[in-house]
Design a protein around this ligand. Structure first.
Ligand code: GDP
Ligand code: MN
Length: 347
């Protein structure tokens, strides 16, 4: 374990280092799903699948967040599927609204100008991305937890997971885990990188010594290469977002207004922060968590992993080493050995 300046920054705010050393302590972890009432049936299938593949063995609690009140039907159906406690929570309006410095007329013009870009015309999508970037981890329903696993409707786990993923993260000193990475649409984040560069000039102290800049940039930070971890799946430490580094970063981005004047996604925001504020060995790719979010799969190519997990995905449809994925790059910059058969996805 390296003891860089940034590790101590993170540890100081959340006491993560102290917790990581006490391996016998119970893990304070939960699933978290931001969903609408109309997501009920798609979410129900996903949750049943997560229960069957993992959580029936571990019974971690589940936190459901919504900008509206959950219906009785939603609570009844979902509450009947989960094996641990469930909380159904409303998001405080301050976490899902315009800050007073945002020019709402300018924001509306942006939505018209971006109508041909995916979700470019959507106001709610922008609130969603801002919430997932800056606020879900501040919701009081999460105060009691140190770790979370994000789950979205329409996603699927392809394989059995018979170990405690949260405990594994803690015991191996990981802070951020992903399954799929991909390039962002440049049109949605035109000034995200220049804004990040301004922030880094003001706060060089937040950058970890052995960071993963080489995953997100080909030229040591002059340009962003658009690579990001797909945040619809995340297993991560809440202390990462609760840290001074990340709070300062989010506040700076929020002031700049790009969540509304562009369409900054929580995925590039989380990914840039994880890549720069964490030492590289605290970011983990899960080769064994078979996962689907439309339209991409993480399907284990390693035959032992596939067989052991009773996976039900088609390995030929694995996205990991395809051209539009960034995970090849992740393997390369971290000097990891790619699984047998990865070459057939090249080019
Ligand atoms: P995509 O994965 O980028 O296509 O976006 P999704 O439509 O899957 O939205 C991301 C997550 O936010 C999912 O868990 C959605 O259920 C949730 N979500 C999106 N918009 C809203 C919204 O307006 N209200 C609530 N409560 N959840 C939302
Ligand atoms: Mn989604």
């Amino acid at each position: 374990v390296s003891s860089t300046a940034s590790t101590s920054t993170l540890a100081a705010t959340g006491g993560a280092a102290a917790k990581a050393s006490s391996k016998e302590e119970p893990i304070k972890a939960c699933f978290v799903s931001l969903v609408r009432n109309e997501d009920l049936w798609k979410l129900a299938d996903t949750i049943k699948n997560v229960q069957d593949r993992f959580n029936d063995k571990f019974n971690y609690p589940w936190v459901f967040l919504n900008n509206e009140v959950f219906t009785e039907e939603f609570k009844h159906v979902i509450g009947g599927i989960v094996s641990g406690p469930a909380k159904f929570e409303v998001i405080p309006p301050a976490y899902w609204s315009y800050p007073d410095w945002i020019d709402q007329e300018k924001a509306a013009q942006t939505r018209i100008a971006m109508k041909d870009i995916i979700y470019g015309d959507s106001e709610s999508y922008r609130h969603m991305c801002r919430f997932e970037s800056g606020f879900f981890w501040r919701h009081e329903a999460l105060d009691e937890f140190d770790w979370y696993w994000r789950v979205e409707p329409e996603t699927k786990l392809h394989c059995d997971i018979d170990y405690d993923v949260f405990k594994w993260m803690r015991d191996n000193d990981k802070k951020y885990g992903f399954t799929i990475s991909i390039y962002e649409y440049e049109a949605t984040i035109k000034t995200l990188w220049s804004t990040t560069q301004e922030f880094l000039k003001l706060h060089p102290e937040h950058v970890a010594e052995d960071n993963m800049m080489d995953f997100i940039s080909k030229d040591n930070g002059k340009k962003y290469n658009l690579c990001h971890f797909w945040s619809n799946f995340e297993v991560a430490s809440l202390d990462l977002w609760r840290s001074k580094a990340y709070r300062d970063y989010f506040d700076y981005l929020d002031q700049a207004g790009g969540f509304f004047y562009e369409r900054w996604g929580d995925a590039p925001v989380h990914s840039i922060a994880a890549a720069l504020f964490l030492p590289r060995d605290q970011i983990h790719y899960f080769p064994d968590i078979g996962y689907y979010h439309p339209p991409y799969n993480n399907c284990p190519l390693d035959q032992d992993i596939f067989d052991k997990g009773k996976c039900t995905c088609n390995q030929d449809a694995d996205f990991t080493f395809q051209g539009y994925s960034c995970t090849s790059r992740f393997f390369e910059v971290n000097k990891m050995k790619k699984p047998q058969g990865w070459e057939k996805f090249k080019g």
